[in-house]
Design a protein around this ligand. Structure first.
Ligand code: ITT
Length: 192
């Protein structure tokens, strides 16, 4: 089956491909030159549906979108849906991770609890849209460690672990990630 991965983030593509498996031919929004829609919604699920519907209408194909981000407990869930925007126009996540560290220092916070959320939406052109959400809890560590993964992975240690997502093998991240948990729910919603 053919599906459009409605993302312009190259970090997400291998993770989405690993979750879908070999039965799917994946076309990315970038390969299809699909315009990137403005993320105008106020929730992960809202933005995931917006991106999936937009890609499905533009391409005429079934589209899968991920809207995700990292939330810090003592920052009232920030950066949350603004996770990509904290990296600025240069999409520099060293800057975004430093911004998180600076905010924690500014308020003198010692609590490092954080979580990742992934909302996955599948949209059919002119048809329905299904959306689900997965979460993984953990804690932050500074300075960043590891050069695997993408985004905020080097500062996030999942619950019960010692390594950051940035230090873990891709398969080890995949075993527990927010994206994997969302995908399991998506499977259940579509197949059960
Ligand atoms: P698309 O909308 O084109 O998919 P994007 O990067 O703008 O790309 P989001 O709006 O969903 O996507 O932003 C999510 C940001 O949250 C992303 O850029 C990462 O910095 C961060 N993020 C999400 N999942 C992550 C993960 O598994 N590991 C590390 N950072 C992650």
């Amino acid at each position: 089956m053919r599906i459009v991965a409605a993302t312009h983030n190259p970090g997400k593509v291998p993770e989405i491909a690993a979750l879908l498996g070999e039965d799917y031919e994946i076309l990315t929004a970038g390969q299809l030159n699909l315009p990137e829609p403005d993320e105008t919604e106020t929730t992960f699920t809202g933005n995931a549906m917006l991106k999936a519907r937009h890609a499905a209408e533009q391409s005429g194909e079934v589209a899968l979108a991920d809207d995700s981000g990292m939330s810090v407990a003592v920052l009232d869930g920030a950066p949350g849906i603004f996770s990509a925007r904290w990296a600025g126009p240069g999409k520099d996540f060293a800057v975004a991770m430093k911004k998180v560290e600076d905010r924690l220092e500014e308020i003198g916070a010692t609590d490092r609890a954080a979580w990742f959320t992934s909302a996955l939406a599948v949209a059919w052109p002119g048809g329905p849209c299904v959306v689900v959400e997965g979460v993984v809890h953990g804690r932050l560590t500074f300075p960043p460690r590891g050069d695997r993964g993408f985004g905020y992975d080097p500062i996030f240690i999942p619950e019960g672990g010692a390594l950051t997502f940035g230090e873990m093998e891709p398969a080890a991240k995949e075993a527990i990630s927010h994206r994997t948990r969302a995908f399991a729910k998506l499977r259940a919603a579509l197949i059960d």
